[in-house]
Design a binder for this molecule. Structure first.
Ligand code: NAD
Length: 297
């Protein structure tokens, strides 16, 4: 069993840390919010006074933070305090540039860095079924694999530093686009007098089938249970989709790749957030599309 530092005990980080503690690892944890530390303590973890204190002496250091600038700030505190050879795994979803900078900082200090963003949301974090998309050396990946397997159901080594973040934002850009497409199709079907059930039965078994229709249908009452059946309570909040679409646009600009559908998806999610979308699942986009005039989008 390993000594593990875990920094960032929010909606995702706390359940991930709990799974590691339950598996018998010794968890030294830090968050800027004292309530998060109290929750971790109640689960048998050791709260630290700072990120650096949590990291000192740890074999593995895991961070689960809101964005790239915070992740780099925390790396600035942790890296000088960490033992040489420690594996440092950033599971936050951040921009590819910051992920590569984090790799450089940790690598220069003799640590073994990985970027390992996840998909699967808070329910996947609690169930230990997250998908990890991992960038970094094979040696660091092999060392981290047993820990990642405790928190995840699938772990994919995507390539060098930053490759995990790249995989995550490409997938989520496609998801954002395909969810808007699904919402448009069901909203139009409705206006054309087609029942949602008939639209689902056809699309889910035809060339329009996709995860956004087959697994996470944005219309209540059809297909497997989804946030649409629960008043669009997230699920995957529209804010998080907007964040990931923003990261994919930032990356596309940096490498000069045209992603016009991704850009339009980001614009639509921003409009949705400005119009009662905040705090709702990203599939509630269908309600926004139903509420606006044809020439407004
Ligand atoms: P969250 O805001 O609930 O948690 C972030 C935690 O980091 C908070 O507890 C905050 O207090 C802590 N924090 C902030 N600054 C800190 C610092 N300087 N030092 C220590 N702790 C600090 O966010 P979350 O939902 O847990 O998401 C975490 C990351 O996972 C994000 O990058 C997000 O994009 C990604 N993600 C979230 C989901 C989801 O469904 N929530 C799904 C996939 C990926």
């Amino acid at each position: 069993m390993a000594r593990v530092a875990f920094v960032g005990l929010g909606n995702m980080g706390l359940p991930m840390a709990i799974n590691l503690a339950k598996a018998g690892h010794e968890l030294h944890v830090y968050d800027t919010v004292s309530e998060a530390l109290a929750n971790a303590k109640a689960e048998g973890m050791h709260p630290a006074a700072s990120a650096a204190e949590a990291a000192a002496g740890a074999e593995f250091i895991i961070t689960m933070l809101p964005n790239g600038s915070i992740a780099l700030k925390v790396f600035g505190e942790i890296v000088p305090a960490a033992d040489k050879g420690a594996v440092i795994i950033d599971c936050s979803t951040i921009d590819v540039g910051s992920a590569r900078e984090a790799h450089r900082m940790a690598g220069d200090a003799g640590l073994m860095p990985l970027d390992a963003p996840v998909s699967g949301g808070t329910s996947g974090a609690a169930a230990g079924t997250l998908t990890f998309m991992v960038g970094g050396s094979k040696a660091a990946f092999d060392k981290a694999l047993p820990l990642l397997n405790v928190m995840g159901g699938k772990v994919v080594h995507c390539g060098d530093g930053g490759a995990g973040q790249a995989a995550k934002i490409c997938n989520n850009m496609l998801l954002g686009i395909s969810m808007i497409g699904a919402c448009e199709a069901f909203a139009l079907a409705d206006k054309l007098g087609l029942s949602a059930q008939a639209a689902f039965d056809v699309i889910s078994t035809s060339s329009g089938s996709c995860w956004s229709v087959n697994t996470y249908c944005p219309v209540p009452g059809v297909g497997p249970k989804s946030p649409a059946d629960n008043g669009y309570k997230p699920g995957f909040a529209a804010e998080l989709m907007t964040k990931d679409l923003g990261l994919s646009q930032q990356a596309a600009e940096e490498v000069h790749q045209a992603t016009p559908m991704g850009a339009h998806a980001l614009a639509l999610y921003r409009q949705f957030l400005d119009n009662n979308g905040s705090g709702r699942d990203f599939s509630a986009m269908i309600e926004y599309l139903r509420s606006i005039q044809r020439d407004q989008a």
